[in-house]
Design a protein around this ligand. Structure first.
Ligand code: DGY
Length: 321
């Protein structure tokens, strides 16, 4: 009987699909994250590995090169050494499309939240700091109607965010990608601009690119220097696309107006991080895809990836050729 190891717990629907194919499934139910040593030992006794955000290193891959497939429970795959997996002919599957709407919703929520300082104002209530019933001049936010949205990384999630912002607020859409043109450019009325123009023109700049060696830390001091003092930065992609020290300085010096972050570097964020105390910052704990519907769909796609891999077929969500 073929065995699938999962480095955490996933929605039941995915397990049922694997069981129906006759595979046995072992989930890591320990509350402590699995160590590499434990992972190697588990995967050496399995044919497939369903990875929940644990590192898939060169060492792991070499010691588990018998694996027929690895499916990651995420669209991002920066935690996996893809080059080594490809060399070892191990197919890697991910979960594109199914989480685009939920993640774009979260980016939208953060944008609106920061623009009206909602988290900060809620905290004020909890801390007993709702001083008078109404203030005409304090805690003012800014409106989004007709503003310019810049998308850094116009893939599936970026497109969803652009669509939502256009429909809700008639926002003008600019984008910057490694590969310039997107098919829906006309329909969305979106325009490609250089990275510099994106920084200069965006009122809200939302990051949706996968992390890679070219964009690590690209939102740094020099990028923040170019942004509008009224600009809001949103990041639901990966924390290390933003240089967090430079972001803190830019917010402290009012070089940009605010930030909404679902991802930080490191995660979890340290409790003494100044970002947690800032009025114009909203932070959520990496919950972009965390809706029941999306998490079920991710489990189904992971199961499909594993079933295809174990049958020697092309994975529906394939990362490496
Ligand atoms: C993803 O799918 O990449 C999410 O960020 C979870 O890691």
């Amino acid at each position: 009987m073929k065995k699938v190891f999962i480095s955490g717990i996933i929605p039941r629907v995915g397990i049922d699909m694997l069981n129906e194919e006759g595979y046995t499934v072992e989930e890591w139910s320990n509350s402590k994250p699995i160590t590499e040593k434990e992972l190697i030992s588990k995967c050496q006794k399995a044919e497939a590995y369903l990875c929940i955000m644990s590192q898939v290193s060169e060492n792991f891959l070499k010691q588990c090169s018998h694996l027929k497939v690895i499916a990651t429970y995420s669209v991002g795959f920066n935690h996996i050494d893809i080059a080594t997996a490809t060399k070892l002919k191990i197919p890697i599957g991910n979960t594109p499309d199914v989480l685009s709407n939920a993640t774009a919703d979260l980016a939208f929520l953060l944008m609106l939240n920061v623009s009206r300082k909602a988290f900060f104002n809620y905290r004020r209530i909890l801390e007993g700091k709702w001083e008078s019933s109404f203030s005409a001049t304090r805690y003012l936010g800014q409106e989004l109607e007709g503003k310019t949205l810049g998308i850094f990384g116009m893939g599936r999630i970026g497109l969803k965010m652009a669509e939502k912002c256009r429909n809700a607020y008639g926002m003008k859409i600019l984008y910057h990608n490694r590969n310039k043109i997107i098919n829906d450019e006309k329909e969305l009325n979106a325009s490609y601009v250089s990275f510099e123009e994106l920084l200069l023109q965006s009122d809200v700049l939302s990051i949706h690119a996968p992390l890679n060696s070219e964009n690590t830390g690209i939102f740094d001091k020099s990028a923040f220097n170019k942004m509008k003092p009224s600009a809001i930065l949103i990041n639901t992609a990966r924390g290390s696309i933003v240089n967090e020290i430079d972001l803190i300085t830019a917010l402290e010096n009012k070089q940009i107006w605010g930030a909404g972050l679902d991802v930080t570097d490191p995660e979890p964020i340290q409790l003494d991080n100044p970002l947690l105390q800032m009025e114009n910052v909203a932070i959520t704990p990496h919950i972009g895809s965390a809706t029941a519907e999306t998490r079920n769909a991710m489990a189904v796609l992971c199961a499909k990836n594993i079933i295809a891999g174990l049958k020697g077929e092309k994975l529906p969500g394939i990362v490496n050729p």
